[in-house]
Design a protein around this ligand. Structure first.
Ligand SMILES: CC(C)(COP(=O)(O)OP(=O)(O)OC[C@H]1O[C@@H](n2cnc3c(N)ncnc32)[C@H](O)[C@@H]1OP(=O)(O)O)[C@@H](O)C(=O)NCCC(=O)NCCS
Length: 140
């Protein structure tokens, strides 16, 4: 089965909440279900190996903001995160901003490999643990 990006639906809530289960700050089942009611949030999944393997959510207005991207922890480093982000950016066709913990090397490498450029840093932006955020932007 070729990897396929499609819109996140209510039928995906259980699978995606499983993917989130080990992620600090991961979205709960309720948060995932409620996001479907919010017109400003556009979320997508990547299907591969006969299941949903990754999820990405954006806040969309004049620009897009990547709110979360996550790959199933048993399927990391197989290219799924990159396929999902590259395809969704193409679909949205908007400038995109994001914030990321400065220690999150996997995510930072992914973003930089897709052309995101560092705009700045918010000191001590995150809690548990306290950490600065790096702000990245990519033009459409
Ligand atoms: C960030 C994340 C989504 C990447 O997903 P993935 O499916 O493993 O990513 P890919 O296999 O497509 O890798 C794409 C690129 O990301 C970078 N990358 C991914 N994992 C990496 C790691 N462990 N160390 C360094 N770079 C890494 C590399 O540049 C990689 O390209 P390469 O394999 O050609 O070197 C995944 O690590 C994840 O779910 N992390 C937890 C949630 C999170 O922190 N999300 C981001 C903040 S919202």
């Amino acid at each position: 089965m070729l990897p396929k990006v499609r819109t996140f639906t209510s039928a995906d809530v259980d699978t995606v909440s499983e993917i989130f289960s080990d992620i600090p700050d991961g979205w709960s089942k309720n948060a995932l279900a409620e996001s479907l009611e919010n017109d400003s949030i556009k979320s997508f999944v990547l299907e591969a190996e006969n299941t949903v393997v990754a999820f990405a959510a954006f806040l969309v207005a004049d620009d897009a903001e990547l709110v979360f991207i996550v790959t199933d922890k048993t399927k990391l480093r197989k290219g799924y995160g990159r396929i999902l982000l590259a395809e969704t950016l193409k679909m949205l066709n908007l400038p995109c901003v994001l914030e990321v913990r400065e220690s999150n090397t996997p995510a930072i490498s992914l973003y930089e490999s897709l052309g995101f450029e560092l705009l700045g840093k918010r000191k001590n932006f995150y809690s548990n643990p306290t950490e600065s955020a790096l702000i990245y932007k990519r033009e459409a």
